[in-house]
Design a protein around this ligand. Structure first.
Ligand code: UTP
Length: 296
């Protein structure tokens, strides 16, 4: 019987500077993919993979996220009175996916600091960490495979993507352990390098926004000083664990992933997912074909 990971932490306390000006007032994690916020997709992914409890790490001015995951009884009553069952189900879904907990990161001091806010929540168990910037297609599975690898090996498990060498400069990059096959779907890892120069990168395996982290991560984070960008980097803490002999593995994802963290990628993600939308998908796709072929 594989060991389950039942808790997930989702960091949503960043400044979202790449999406200014709208993030002046609305957190980027609520940016809609057609009608559903990116954050809801990620909570749904966690729930689909056996997670029952989700900790949202929020910034001090992100009440809108807390509101999104709470009931809105006035709106429910209004939709009920109209008999709009579909809209009613859609506004209830987010808070029904899992038990949602919240904590506040007062200042965005980095992903590592956001994760450190989950120590009490983890209560000595391994947790999954899902970044809402990365969406995994619900027809493909990454987190489930990572949880299985954690059950087998323990330690840290990272979601990896084999990227074109030129792109590795945008990611954390892993060093496959001596003797491990870098082309396998599960890779043993000896080291992590943050945003390497493509010419010097030890591999083209990039860390994407899915982690399974053991409870030892919290001590490692306490000992981690701010690194790249004056932020506390979770990769530095994972490196510390790797050097202390904690197993670190990566699951190389070969499925469909949508990156919503940068402007161009976000627009691509919306187009791709709009094409799959149950109501507007086919009309949108035929319009898009027409638009692309007729627009000079
Ligand atoms: P990003 O670096 O992509 O988000 O962090 P950001 O900092 O908001 O974006 P830019 O660079 O300013 O445009 C990935 C995820 O980690 C969260 C973010 O909210 C995002 O969901 N995060 C990041 C935190 O929760 N706390 C932090 O200190 C940093």
């Amino acid at each position: 019987m594989p060991r389950q990971v039942s808790k997930a932490l989702i960091p949503a306390a960043g400044r979202g500077t790449r999406f200014l000006p709208f993030t002046k007032a609305v957190p980027k994690e609520l940016a809609p993919i057609v009608t559903t916020p990116a954050l809801e997709f990620v909570v749904a992914e966690a729930a689909d993979n056996g997670v029952t409890d989700v900790l949202l790490v929020l910034g001090p001015d992100k009440e809108s996220i807390a509101d999104y995951f709470s009931r809105n009884e006035d709106l429910e009553a209004a939709l009920s009175a109209k008999g709009d069952e579909e809209a009613l189900a859609s506004i209830r879904r987010a808070e029904q996916l899992a038990a949602i907990h919240q904590t506040v990161q007062k200042e965005p001091r980095g992903l590592g600091d956001a994760v450190a806010h989950g120590e009490e929540f983890a209560a000595g168990e391994a947790i999954a960490v899902l970044l809402p910037d990365d969406l995994i297609d619900d027809r493909d599975s990454l987190l489930g495979a990572m949880i299985d690898v954690h059950a087998e090996h323990g330690g840290v498990v990272l979601g990896l993507l084999d990227v074109p060498r030129e792109d590795i400069r945008r990611y954390g990059c892993v060093v496959p352990a001596a003797g491990s096959d870098p082309s396998a779907s599960v890779v043993a890892i000896s080291d992590l390098v943050e945003k390497p120069d493509p010419d010097e990168a030890p591999s083209t395996l990039a860390i994407i926004g899915r982690y399974v982290l053991p409870p030892e991560i919290f001590d490692a984070l306490r000992e981690t000083t701010p690194g790249s960008g004056a932020e506390i980097q979770v990769t530095d803490a994972i490196n510390r664990l790797a050097h202390d002999g904690v197993p670190v593995h990566g699951v190389v994802f070969a499925g469909r992933r949508y990156d919503t963290g940068a402007r161009l990628d976000y627009v691509k993600a919306v187009v791709q997912l709009a094409g799959r939308h149950p109501e507007i998908g086919s009309e949108f796709t035929s319009w898009l074909r027409d638009y692309v072929t007729t627009t000079p």
